[in-house]
Design a protein around this ligand. Structure first.
Ligand SMILES: C[S@@+](CC[C@H](N)C(=O)[O-])C[C@H]1O[C@@H](n2cnc3c(N)ncnc32)[C@H](O)[C@@H]1O
Length: 273
């Protein structure tokens, strides 16, 4: 889909049953689920008083959880890698002067660009089976959308000329990459000395996305168990220093009565000089 063909963002097709993991992020279903995940109102996502409300607003919490340590300022350049439909990218623009969102999915980037240009996207989300509900994803009015730009790209093969960033966010990205270590190794050239990388992930390693030999930890070897947190430390050191970690629950609504509740681990890494 070209970025000119914006009507696609409005369509809902129930015929998304033949999805493979690798095509999921180009599907109608993914666009709908992620628009709702990033921009949905609490009553649309979770109309149950007993539901896990602390898991709402994940894209905002990814930006804000380490804000005191980072100290955002309007002079900062930020990269949101694996930005999907861009909510964290826009949230960074409340605080920072230039924010770039990059994602591999053309569908996600087209929706993110429509949100940047028009401030809103209409979409439908599943209630039950073929029954859907109309909704509008909106960028909050007070956010300066001119500070934001989106582009399609591969986190493991980023184009030349992106420049250096004060902050890079990788939210729920590493366990969706074919070779996460390759992406992590490239960060040292993308983050300014003294700058920060925020990595959030539930560490859901699946061979459909990441061949087992490329999993970051989460394996048993003759030397014993290695967690993803432990293996991340080995990959990030010595160029980055761990400055904090936190549990970040999040909720993705599949339909009115089915949700994915997960707990990402957020880690904050400061680039050494
Ligand atoms: C689990 S979603 C997380 C999206 C968003 N950061 C969030 O937290 O809601 C993973 C995202 O990574 C993107 N992605 C997968 N492989 C990628 C790659 N090689 N380069 C850039 N983005 C990729 C997908 O298109 C999808 O938007």
């Amino acid at each position: 889909m070209s970025s000119g063909d914006r009507s696609e963002c409005f369509l809902w097709s129930a015929a998304s049953s033949n999805l493979t993991m690798s095509t999921f992020y180009e599907s109608d279903r993914a666009v709908s689920e992620y628009l709702l995940f990033h921009y949905g109102k609490a009553e649309e996502i979770l109309p149950y008083p007993d539901g896990p409300v602390s898991a709402l607003n994940y894209p905002i919490r990814c930006v804000m959880r380490f804000s005191d340590d980072i100290g955002y300022s309007p002079k900062m350049r930020v990269l949101d890698l694996g930005c999907a439909v861009g909510r964290s990218t826009f949230e960074f623009a409340r605080h920072c002067g230039e924010v770039v969102g990059i994602d591999y999915s053309n569908r996600f980037i087209d929706c993110a660009n429509q949100l940047r240009d028009e401030g809103a996207v209409s979409y439908r989300y599943v209630e039950q089976g073929e029954l859907t509900r109309e909704a509008v994803a909106r960028v909050p009015d007070e956010i300066d959308r001119d500070r934001v730009r989106f582009e399609q790209g591969d986190a493991m093969f980023l184009r030349e000329g992106l420049g250096r960033f004060d902050v890079i966010l990788l939210a729920n990205l590493i366990d969706r990459l074919v070779d996460p270590a390759k992406c992590l190794a490239s960060l040292v050239d993308l983050v300014k000395p003294g700058g920060f990388t925020v990595i959030t992930s539930p560490y859901t390693w699946l061979e459909e996305f990441t061949p087992r030999e490329h999993w970051v930890g989460a394996k048993v070897s003759p030397a014993g168990e290695m967690t993803t947190f432990g293996a991340l430390g080995q990959l990030m050191n010595p160029r980055f220093e761990l400055r904090g970690s936190a549990d970040l629950p999040f909720l993705i609504r599949e339909h009115a009565r089915k949700f994915q509740w997960s707990v990402a681990q957020g880690t904050l890494w400061c680039r050494r000089d």
